[in-house]
Design a binder for this molecule. Sequence first.
Ligand code: PLP
Length: 417
Amino acid sequence: MNADALHAEVVGKYSEFINPYLARLMNFAGFGVEVQAEGCVMRDHEGREFLDFLGGYGVFSLGHRHPRVVAAVKDQLDRMPLSGKTFFGKNQADLAEKLAEITPEGLQFTFFSNSGAEAVEAALKFAKGATGRAKIVSTLGGYHGKTLGALAATGREKYRKKFEPLMPGVEFVKFGDVEAACAAIDESTACFIVETLQGEGGINLPPVGYLQSVRARCSEVRALLIADEVQTGLGRTGRMFGCDHEGVSPDILTMAKALGGGVMPIGATTFTKEVCNAIYSENPLMHTSTFGGNPLATAAGLATIAVIEEEGLVEQSRVKGERLMAGLREIGKRHDLIAEVRGQGLMIGVEFSMDEVGELVIGQMVKRGLVAAYTLNNPRVIRMEPALIVSDAQIDQALEIVDAAVGETAELLAQFA
Ligand SMILES: *Cc1c(COP(=O)(O)O)cnc(C)c1O
């Protein structure tokens, strides 16, 4: 089948059988059909290559198809892909032990699931069950997923409105505002759920000391602190976890995106002994998932953490992030369209001075072979989350493309001004 026919067929089926509105949106943006990927490079149906600087919103921290993760999953596939659930599973045991080792102090037990939203659902449910309280404090602009519970704690009305009433008892405070958070977190609060760096909200960094202050307030009133590290976890921000920047130990920590090494979907909710006792002591099956912790996904998780440790990817994230951010700031000096460049490690946002510009710049970048995306909750910001294995040459190539894409967008806008 020729490339155009393949594209037409796939877009047609999206329109007819998946979501016609999404099909139109993606087609309008000029996206092709993804057929193959390796490392930091994706290939479409025409054989065109793209530098992947979106990295699946943090999924591809090891790049696409990291050979060690692929090998671990293939090996597991040949022996036992899914478990019968009644026997013990070694991969799951090993991965839970490893997570207890690399997560902040006190986080000892892990519940495995299949996605970020599921990891958040477990976290919220555990916090309510462990405290016997119903109030949940979350942040404006925060993103925790789109299932009903996670959505109730997601700080963007646009996504919640149509489905209300959602889970009651959720109160939102401004992200990064210590006073507002401490005032809202009280003796009736089950938990404060927060990203250590808001991803979908627009790559927003809290002020230094924020996590420590909310930790202290939670402890004072015996509310639980949930760090949603679904996106920031496992090296993305230049530390193993976002919490590590401030030496903070939450009561519950969620992760997902990068944990499957870009090969398998997996979610994990890691929690303290106190939470474990409160939830499971009376009933060991109080919260379960059929596919959670399956042999394939946990094999991928184990291989992923081994690669992160052995290849020094946490340090790479910091070093490469500095190079990319410095380059973007240089470009920002040349273009008024760029208002700010900010981030941590390889989780970087470029904020434009006007609302609709992000979309235009992304179109120009895709045309030149670079993929990034705007953030769900803040269309002024485009985000870059390349693989932690990205090379200096790839960073420099991406910077050239960004420079040209912003330049051409500025010219286009000048024509219509
Ligand atoms: C992506 C994300 C989620 C939701 O994960 P899904 O796998 O899409 O359900 C939750 N929290 C944060 C911080 C995320 O970035």
